[in-house]
Design a protein around this ligand. Structure first.
Ligand code: MTE
Length: 319
């Protein structure tokens, strides 16, 4: 994963070499070097970005006691500094390049070890549940953090309704694969479609949500519209965006970053100040909008709620 320019560490040092080389290809293509592809990528760049005012307010959102009392970052912070490689590798790219993306209609396929494998349109998938505001502290593996007022549904409630079979041990999520709508997929810097997974008991933890909004309104494209995973005790890359498939399985899923940089990104990805990334420290972080560095907390400050999920595990090995 990449760090914003000016952060002090050159891209070449913080990015696995293979990913870095592909990123250069993306940039060359986007700047006109690769004819044809360039035209297709350049057009969304000129599209107006979605602004808070344009996105529908979500009705009947109830507050949650699981929210942090810390002050949320501004809407601008949360929606302008993103990781969403399907729309480009730079932090500004997702907002700049996702304006034309239409996340409707949207189908979610539920499959694998589950009572009834079937496809749902998004509206019917979320209809049975009350929406909750969850103000969460989020920590990116690149050592920045942000406080986000998500609107979502407890993942555990959804999983209970779906009824995984007794032999299901994990749940795997997949992002939309559609290079015509996601320009970054035309020059794959990382493996697409983006995949992430959780152990079933992690997914059932009350903190895990599927988010459909932020700041009381529909999720902007750059943040993973129309529905994305949020697990605030893990590094941000577990929070897979624009989900089209949920698969229950008895085998541990292999996430996109595990494939793209296996020595750097593990399956668990729990925030852990004691385990440095191979190329930088995880002991501190910078909150978006601040200059001082803060100490990073184990499980991103959510240890009371989640540490028991990992009792007996060596989290230096199971990173
Ligand atoms: N999901 C998809 N499909 N593609 C991505 O590139 N980036 C991940 C995660 N989910 C990513 C993704 C990473 S590295 C982070 S830090 C978070 O999304 C960022 O979420 P945010 O942009 O809402 O802060």
């Amino acid at each position: 994963m990449l760090i914003k320019k000016g952060g002090g560490i050159p891209y070449s040092e913080i990015t696995p070499e293979s990913v870095y080389m592909r990123r250069r290809e993306f940039i060359q293509a986007a700047s006109g070097a690769a004819l044809g592809v360039a035209a297709a990528i350049a057009s969304p760049l000129s599209t107006p970005v979605s602004a808070q005012g344009n996105l529908a307010k979500l009705p009947n959102v109830k507050k949650s006691p699981l929210s942090t009392t810390e002050k949320p970052n501004s809407y601008e912070d949360v929606t302008s500094y993103n990781n969403f490689y399907e729309f480009g590798p730079e932090k500004e790219d997702p907002k700049a390049n996702s304006g034309k993306f239409s996340p409707r209609p949207w189908t979610i396929r539920v499959e694998g070890l589950v009572k009834t494998p079937q496809s749902y349109d998004l509206e019917s998938f979320i209809k049975p549940y009350a929406l909750e505001e969850r103000i969460y502290r989020m920590r990116c593996v690149e050592a920045w953090s942000v406080i986000v007022p998500w609107v979502g549904i407890p993942l555990g409630d959804i999983i209970k309704t779906l009824q995984p079979l007794p032999n299901a041990k994990f749940v795997e999520f997949t992002t939309l694969m559609d290079p015509t709508r996601m320009p970054g997929q035309r020059i794959p810097i990382i493996r697409y479609p983006y995949v992430e997974g959780l152990r079933l008991d992690e997914a059932m933890n009350p903190l895990a949500i599927l988010a459909v909004g932020l700041y009381g309104a529909v999720l902007p494209n750059q943040n993973g519209a129309p529905i994305r995973l949020v697990t605030p005790w893990k590094y941000g890359f577990k929070g897979i965006k624009s989900i089209v498939k949920i698969r229950f399985t008895d085998t541990q899923p292999v996430g996109t970053w595990q494939i793209s940089a296996p020595r750097e990104y593990g399956f668990y990805a729990n925030v852990n100040p004691m385990v440095d990334h191979p190329r930088w420290s995880q002991a501190t972080e910078r909150r978006l909008g601040e200059f001082r560095r803060r100490k990073t907390e184990p499980f991103n400050g959510y240890a009371d709620q989640v540490a028991s999920l990992y009792s007996g595990m060596d989290l230096r090995k199971n990173y």
